[in-house]
Design a protein around this ligand. Sequence first.
Ligand code: MG
Length: 267
Amino acid sequence: MAAPDTARSRAAILQLTAERAGHCAFFFDFDGTLAPIQEDPDTVHPAAGIVEVLAEVNRRLGKVVIVSARPADFLRQRFAALPDVAVFGLYGLEVQRPGGLVETDPSAAPFVQVMSDLADRARAELPAGTRVEYKRLSVAVHYRNAPHLAAEVEQWGKQRASDLGLRVQAGRMVVELKPPGQRDKGSVLREETEGHSCAWYFGDDVADLRAFDALTAREEADPDFVGVRVAVANAESGHALIEAADIHVDAPEDVPALLRALLDQAP
Ligand SMILES: [Mg+2]
């Protein structure tokens, strides 16, 4: 069971949002939020009903934006049926806006070769059971199939990040190395909520806390702004995310019903 919703009731949140239909923005992480996690990350697809409900939210309530650790090209493939939706990849280092090409954050562009070399090194140095995912501007090392290697992978990541001046991003059964700089899900939220009076963010992992925090900061600066943090929570998500959320659901498969309840209230 998900934890009970706190503070504002879910009914009140739906009402406040429906009143702002057309002025809202809806941000979604991908893995673990819209798509059930799989042992092989290449086989992850949106849960049943997700694409259809996102299309309706985008049309009736406000823009839908995907903000993920995946490359933008991967996200575009998964949401090919939603050409009007912007996809931010690699925690915002890449963006593909409707009708546009993939744009790379200028701060990250010099790291393509560094990351290619790092991926080769990870494959050579890390033990069997780990899975190295090279994403052009970052390298993720998954240990979902070998959880006992967590400490070893984390230590390897910290050391390489220190050697190369990179950032470490921990996640669910994954350690990721990213270019230095400030770009993250929080900065995407700060920019993309401009001009909106309401925004929701759906996430399942510690990296999503930055996005939650950006909504909270915006609410503190603008009392009329409604920020809604949704945790798609499970045992791997961590207490911080669960405690920071306004609404909890148990799994990606439960997201469509929540959005349908919101659509039912909208004009
Ligand atoms: Mg996730």
